[in-house]
Design a protein around this ligand. Structure first.
Ligand SMILES: CCCCCCCC/C=C\CCCCCCCC(=O)SCCNC(=O)CCNC(=O)[C@H](O)C(C)(C)COP(=O)(O)OP(=O)(O)OC[C@H]1O[C@@H](n2cnc3c(N)ncnc32)[C@H](O)[C@@H]1OP(=O)(O)O
Length: 154
């Protein structure tokens, strides 16, 4: 299965969190499970992603939620409309991002993010995401994503 971010055309692939063309980026790769209507990604923070020794910096966790949510929005929209991302790339930007830090996230283990679309309406998708360190749910996020079209931002 191909990661959702790898469907982005090159001009939309420079994002720090998920752009495959950003040499300094996090290169997040999100996968969509059509049966479960759920997205997943995994990321292992490095020692320099420290908040306080032993725990992950919250800004990094927000970045993971952000870019996992944009990809989840693309997959959920494609799923809802029967589109093939290979033929019809979809790209969303973040209009709103809310992050609840439920408990400190340990630095070391791989983190797993799970995402679901709560609403798919026109150009807007509302995504909920959870971050797990092992069995522990440490972060819950919610984002409003808006689909961009060719020439957007110009
Ligand atoms: C990245 C900047 C954009 C440049 C694009 C260049 C070309 C693309 C190239 C490469 C793409 C790579 C992208 C990587 C992305 C990774 C994730 C990020 O880090 S994104 C960076 C941070 N985000 C921004 O900088 C967005 C700044 N904001 C905007 O540009 C606009 O406000 C935008 C597009 C988000 C919405 O503007 P409207 O005029 O297109 O659309 P309206 O009609 O206002 O909203 C559509 C729906 O969304 C809701 N909405 C809009 N803003 C909301 C908000 N803050 N909270 C809740 N809902 C909101 C509205 O209520 C509306 O919903 P209803 O249809 O009425 O149900």
């Amino acid at each position: 299965m191909k990661a959702i971010q790898l469907h982005y055309p090159p001009e939309w692939a420079h994002c720090y969190g998920c752009g495959y063309l950003n040499p300094m980026g996090l290169h997040l790769q999100t996968y969509w499970n059509r049966e479960r209507k759920e997205s997943r990604t995994a990321f292992t923070p490095s020692p320099h992603h420290t908040a306080i020794p032993g725990f992950v910096y919250g800004g990094l966790l927000a970045s993971l939620v952000d870019c996992h949510a944009t990809a989840t929005a693309a997959a959920a929209k494609a799923d809802a409309e029967g589109l093939d991302l290979e033929k019809t790339p979809l790209r969303f930007v973040t209009a709103s991002l809310k992050v609840d830090y439920l408990k400190p996230t340990p630095l070391g283990p791989e983190l797993v993010l799970v995402g679901r679309a709560r609403e798919v309406k026109g150009r807007k998708v509302v995504v909920e995401a959870e971050v797990y360190a092992g069995e522990a749910l440490t972060v819950r996020g919610e984002a409003v994503l808006v689909q961009i079209t060719e020439g957007f931002g110009g």
